[in-house]
Design a protein around this ligand. Structure first.
Ligand SMILES: [Zn+2]
Length: 246
């Protein structure tokens, strides 16, 4: 057994026996990891306030060869997420980020780009960026990093380059972006504003001062691409959509 240290985002916890918890973590070097936090339940636990979804923390743990579960020694928050979760919309968004990362990041593979995305989304929320914009940006990028977000640069129907002035349609059955001539059946038409925001999202970091338009369309495109791959919608996203839509 050796003691190791890693920076990680907390993705979630499950109760284990009477007093322990299994903690799911996003790490840079080894993707998703799971560990046992002993005596993590109860009001006097040393882990109190450190296990909120999307809290970034320095985790010390023991790893035993051949064992999937590590044994967590301590969790020291680098940036707790609780200041954001006072607000319902942001609190739900944290759960949605955590569930997406849990779903799309694989066990034990390096996950630096996913870690950077998580950090960037959290930086943006702390800097005051509007939650729907951060949500759409995160959803587009987690799919892109997973190889599941189509490029808006060429038509998925005929392969021709899509000019910036071409009206974009999203066909969820391919899934891909297409021009008007290649449409058959149902396809979502993106507004010029939505298409411009998509190109900005794909080419640059989120500006917390910006108020990008068309983010609801992009959220809808990402939802369809995600559902097309998973075959169902993520639980936290259903709740979030109901609250954001209300
Ligand atoms: Zn085409």
């Amino acid at each position: 057994m050796r003691l190791q240290t890693a920076d990680a985002f907390i993705l979630g916890t499950h109760p284990l026996k009477e007093r322990d918890r299994i903690v799911s973590l996003l790490t840079r070097d080894s993707g998703r990891r799971r560990g046992v936090a002993r005596r993590a339940r109860g009001a006097r636990s040393a882990f109190l306030g450190t296990l909120e979804p999307m809290t970034e923390a320095r985790v010390m743990f023991f790893e035993r060869e051949g064992r999937e579960l590590v044994s967590i020694d301590s969790i020291d928050p680098i940036r707790p997420s609780f200041p954001l979760s006072k607000d319902l919309e942001r609190a739900l968004l944290l759960s949605a980020f955590a569930e997406s990362l849990e779903t799309f990041v694989s066990d034990s593979d390096p996950a630096e780009p996913f870690y950077r995305l998580a950090r960037h989304a959290m930086d943006s929320l702390f800097a005051g960026a509007p939650p729907p914009a951060v949500a759409a940006y995160f959803d587009v990028w987690i799919l892109k990093l997973s190889g599941l977000f189509p490029s808006p640069a060429e038509c998925a129907g005929c392969g021709r380059p899509l000019e910036r002035k071409t009206t974009l349609y999203f066909d969820e059955n391919r899934p891909g972006f297409i021009e008007a001539e290649c449409r058959h059946g149902e396809a979502i038409r993106l507004t010029d504003e939505g298409a411009a925001t998509l190109r900005t999202f794909l080419s640059s970091p989120l500006d917390p001062q910006a108020r990008p338009g068309g983010v609801a369309e992009l959220a809808s495109v990402a939802r369809r691409a995600r559902r097309n791959f998973l075959g169902h919608e993520l639980k936290s996203h259903r709740v979030l959509a109901e609250v954001l839509g209300a």
